[in-house]
Design a binder for this molecule. Structure first.
Ligand SMILES: Cc1ncc(COP(=O)(O)O)c(C=O)c1O
Length: 415
């Protein structure tokens, strides 16, 4: 196949004529390759996958039944555009009942999304010009920043450090960057740290946004997955609706990652602008799916059941890792456990292996112990363990945890 002239046509934002020629292998590809190699070297053995970033469970049967009912309705068949009132009204009820944010106007302050990822990829078109800055936390979910850069904007990274409770230090931003900044993107409970924000931090963020004329986008993809109490919505902060919006999704909180549905809620002007660009980007999520998602929003007890499972697994995993020397602390929500990576390991058969990075540790864990994790080296060396590992039932969950303990118990980590 001759690709010669096509290769010369690619946009600079994806590498221009050098698109596809880089030899760099990205983190998730490295993990995949290491898994394949480990299985090939030890056929038939079980890989324990603690690296997965999505629920292991199915959508609940009543939600599947609701979808089946909605699929049959002729009125739902066509382009959904920016959606009908069903999801909008359910979202407003959800914000009040589950998140403690009353008074959301469903018509003007809510629009559905085809998942938070889609919303984060559209929102830069709403706000970012060439040369503008987006303030984003690192490590983190990069989609808003990737698209902001596509428009010629820049990303200023705010490290999430244990010493600051994995919250960004807003005062650390240099004045010349702050002068060009338009957006602060937050995500709590956070991927990958699993840590939640506090009302005090959100209040500080709102005051900061007002002072520096910033928009806040709060990605609340994990907000509903809390182990106790109610979710902490950014919009519950006084003044939040004057400066920003929040993105909710049924992906993680209702085991519906593949269904692609969520909603943006908050500042009316931002929601209108998001709707305008969205309308020029997609034709809306299938109304049957939106209506099934609306059903979910009226049944938050489903999330409660899912969160209880993650909480139980998290308690087990924290215990196992603590026994192996990790400084694991159970988070208050999400399904991520973020722990400092060891500096070295004595594998038990003599010798000692030093690790230069979390990525080294992660590769060693897959290769030697058939345990898959996700490494983060962006702000210190950490491993992310996810409790969405495959296990058929509670007994199987305990078996998997014993298996992890057995595999890691034979070695000595140094931190
Ligand atoms: C922080 C964060 N935001 C957004 C998403 C995407 O969510 P959705 O499935 O709603 O697009 C993810 C998925 O992994 C995520 O971790």
């Amino acid at each position: 196949m001759n690709h010669s002239y096509i290769q010369g046509l690619f946009a600079e934002r994806i590498g221009g004529k050098n698109y596809g020629k880089s030899a760099a292998i990205y983190k998730f590809e490295k993990i995949k390759r290491a898994k394949r190699a480990a299985l090939a070297a030890r056929p038939g053995e079980e890989i324990i996958d603690l690296g997965v970033g999505e629920p292991d469970g199915m959508a609940f049967p009543e939600v599947v039944a609701k979808l089946a009912e909605e699929v049959r309705k002729p009125a739902n068949r066509g382009y959904a555009d920016n959606g009908d009132s069903v999801l909008k009204e359910a979202a407003a009820r959800y914000m009040e009942k589950v998140c403690g944010v009353p008074g959301i106007d469903p018509e003007n302050e809510v629009i559905h999304s085809i998942g938070s990822k889609a919303a984060l990829s559209i929102l830069p078109a709403v706000l970012m010009n060439s040369g503008d800055y987006a303030l984003m936390t690192t490590p983190g979910y990069p989609v808003f920043g990737t698209h902001a850069k596509y428009y010629g904007a820049n990303v200023h990274q705010l490290p999430l450090l244990e010493s600051n409770g994995f919250l960004p230090d807003l005062e650390s931003i240099p004045a010349e960057i702050l002068g060009k900044a338009k957006v602060l993107v937050l995500n709590y409970p956070n991927n990958p740290t699993g840590v939640g924000a506090t009302p005090v931090f959100f209040a500080r963020a709102v005051a900061f946004a007002q002072k520096h004329r910033l928009v806040i986008i709060h990605d609340a993809a994990y907000a509903a997955l809390v182990f106790e109490g109610r979710p902490l919505s950014f919009l519950a902060t006084p003044g939040a609706r004057d400066v920003g919006i929040e993105l909710h999704s049924v992906s993680k909180s209702f085991n519906m990652t593949g269904w692609r549905c969520g909603f943006a809620v908050g500042n009316e002007l931002l929601i209108r602008a998001y709707g305008d660009v969205k309308d020029n980007t997609d034709s809306g999520q299938f109304l049957a799916i939106q209506h099934a998602a609306a059903y979910c929003l009226d049944h938050p007890e489903i999330t409660g059941e899912i969160a209880a499972k993650y909480s139980r697994r998290m308690t087990g995993l924290v215990g196992v890792l603590q026994k192996c020397g990790f400084k694991a602390v159970k988070p208050k929500g999400s399904f991520f456990l973020y722990v400092k990576a060891p500096r070295a390991v004595a594998p038990g058969k003599g010798g000692r292996i030093e690790f230069k990075s979390a990525e080294d540790v992660s590769q060693w864990l897959i290769t030697e112990k058939l345990i898959s994790t996700v490494p983060w080296d962006d702000a210190g060396a950490y491993l992310r363990f996810s409790v969405t590992f495959a296990a058929a039932d509670e007994a199987d969950e305990e078996r998997v945890l014993r298996e992890i303990a057995g595999r890691l118990g034979k070695v000595r980590f140094e931190f």
